[in-house]
Design a protein around this ligand. Sequence first.
Ligand code: AMP
Ligand code: MN
Length: 329
Amino acid sequence: MTDLPYQIAAVLRKSRNVLIACHVAPDGDCLGSALGLRLALARIGVDAQVGSADGVPDAFLRLPGAADVMSAPPATRAEVAVAVECSMPDRAGSFAQALADAKTLINIDHHLSNAGYGHLVYWDTAAATGEQMADVIAALRVPIDREIAECLLTAVVTDTGSFRHRNTTARSLRLAADLVDAGASVHAIVERVYETRSAGGLRLLGMALASLTLGADGRIVWTTVPPEMLISAGAQPEEVTGIVGMLRQIRGVQVALLFEVTPQGVRVGIRSRDGARSHVIAEAFGGGGHQEAAGFTATGPLDKVIAATLAEAEKELRQAGRTSAPFRP
Ligand code: AMP
Ligand code: MN
């Protein structure tokens, strides 16, 4: 372990007022890590709030502390702010200014595209930021109880795709075992996050998969989710999550793309494998992520966004063909 968790713990321990900020459209890793840290700080009498500009998706509403998550920034300046999984401060959406205003800013992330901002930067190759948060909580010398374990196990289970993604390591599995010992359940998390869908969400999945298009000799697949599709399926925007990962299952596909038309622009989800780097495609458009999962939001007409993204994906495939890049989580 680096000494960063200890440095972070030393700052947090002395703080009276901590803001823990999630990224927009927060996932299980981000929320689980943030809520786990808040609980650990509460155990040692440090007052912390979790902020999420986009609130908490249904699948994570039962996490301990989810009901107290703030969706608007606090009126008072935080002494210490922790940016959880925000590769840039603006990934925190309406909380970005509150991060910038804090006396001390701590940046905890595992995305390849993290910009390294803040006073303390704890970046590593963990499969989930929840693994890093477990190290911070250990450095705080707070024992992992059942509630903290539920939060951190949600982080690890979701970012490893239930221990199926390539990023899963012995570290992920050892931590998961400790969290199960502390009372958390993999089954309960999987049941809530992956095995519970609305009928509309499943209809949306069918529609998005039925309209897929293959390109680049079957090495690229993409599909589009316009607002009309959500309406006719009877689905919520958050139910788009997971569809792009299914597209990548097609034999021979190296890059899968999902174009979702939202009021903020076209949200592009990217999944890849076999040496094609998702984050490189995303970074070309100002986004970011991991080697095998990344994303960005583009303004401009859908057909132009699709054409530009396909061109970038093809460029990445030529690159991946030349160098069989080793996997980096
Ligand atoms: P998603 O397709 O939304 O599940 O995102 C896949 C991965 O890419 C996640 O780790 C996200 O945090 C990351 N990601 C998505 N959009 C962006 C963005 N605009 N900037 C940086 N990272 C992103
Ligand atoms: Mn993550």
